[in-house]
Design a protein around this ligand. Structure first.
Ligand code: IPM
Ligand code: MN
Length: 349
């Protein structure tokens, strides 16, 4: 019996999560697994009413779950940064979800904004470090508000944190068993402390994986290759900030935020799965947002729970529905409503 904590969150989050849960329920019937869900309200509305975000007792409660399924966070009436740090980053850090796994896969040529790129050209995974770097929140102001003001933001990288991420990436590349190529994406030419540590650790760990081809690309060049030669990539490992940036570009070349999903993984604890697009306030309640990213996140969650057949079936159904039915992956342009897309995936399971 899996225990799934559901955080609908803000904006269109609850709508897309509902469709993902619909698909999970169909997968459970077909593949004979049992689960129960519990809703957790960590929304912006709750914050506006009560001032509450995610606290330590919430974390203690969530640790009892098999996985967390998240819709979206971000409320237009709450100052940027409060819910992001108080809910999303709090969950990632407190549950030590030190990997952010973001597959970039093109399901149909029609969805790709790049000329002449086909599904076989865009199929890679970004392993983003998810617990350190610039996201650690370290830094300070000096002489704030004066002409001499200095703002310092530190990228904090530990050997242990870097190594566990790199090891995960090597293991993942081996298990994925496609091109068996792992690219380190960094900035060794300028950020000479952080990326020296990353490069040294990468080279050392690589010695244990003679079956994996390794490569290095600067982050700026990586964005160029995503557009020019995305077929070069199999698995990419990078730090928190670079991973955040390059996976938005990754989402665009696979067809946009309507299809991009990710997992915040603690290999020894509770992981959390989410569509990577935001809460899209302007589409809230209109039944027009694309739920496929949330449905793909549900598939990733089943894979992490060990329900590989369910995960594979969901991906197949998503491919079929997006190729054969949807006009477009963007909100309001799919040719179907949010609920109808969820139904189509369910029927095709
Ligand atoms: C993401 C988002 C978050 C991040 C924000 C909402 C804090 O952009 O999941 O990529 O920067 O990690
Ligand atoms: Mn992001």
């Amino acid at each position: 019996m899996y225990k799934i904590a559901v955080i609908g969150g803000d904006g269109t989050g609850p709508e897309v999560a509902r469709e993902g849960l619909k698909v999970i329920s169909a997968a459970a019937r077909k593949f004979n697994f049992k689960y129960e869900t519990k809703d957790f309200d960590f929304s912006g509305n709750r914050y506006l009413k009560t001032g509450k975000l995610v606290d330590d007792s919430d974390i203690a409660e969530l640790k009892k779950y098999s996985a967390i399924y998240l819709g979206a966070v971000g409320h237009p009436d709450v100052k940027p940064g409060i819910i992001e740090t108080g809910v999303l980053l709090k969950l990632r850090f407190a549950l030590d979800q030190y990997i952010n796994l973001r597959p970039v896969k093109l399901y149909d040529e029609r969805f790709c904004p790049l000329k002449d790129k086909k599904p076989e050209d865009i199929d890679f995974v970004v392993v983003r470090e998810n617990s350190e770097g610039l996201y650690k929140g370290m830094g300070e102001f000096k002489d704030k508000g004066t002409q001499d003001e200095v703002a310092i933001q530190i990228s904090y990288n530990t050997r242990k944190g870097v190594e566990r991420c790199i090891r995960y990436a090597f293991e993942y590349t081996r298990k994925r068993n496609k091109r068996k190529k792992l690219t380190l994406c960094g900035k060794t030419n300028v950020l000479t402390y952080a990326w020296d540590l990353w490069q040294r650790t990468f080279n050392e760990v690589a010695k244990e994986y003679s079956d994996i081809t390794t490569d290095y690309a600067h982050v700026d060049a990586t964005t160029m290759w995503f557009v020019k030669n995305p077929e070069w990539f199999d698995v990419i490992v990078t730090d928190n900030m670079f991973g955040d940036i390059i996976t938005d570009l990754g989402a665009m070349i696979q067809g946009g935020m309507g299809i991009a999903a990710g997992g915040n993984i603690n290999p020894n604890g509770v992981s959390m799965f989410e569509p990577i697009g935001g809460s899209a306030p302007k589409y809230t309640g209109k039944n027009v947002i694309n739920p496929l990213a949330a449905i793909c996140a549900a598939g990733m969650m089943l894979e992490a729970l060990g329900e590989q057949r369910g995960a594979d079936a969901i991906e197949k159904a998503v491919i079929k529905v997006s190729r054969e039915k949807l006009k477009n992956l963007a909100a309001g342009k799919m040719g179907y409503s949010t609920e109808e897309v969820g139904d189509l995936v369910t029927e095709n399971l």
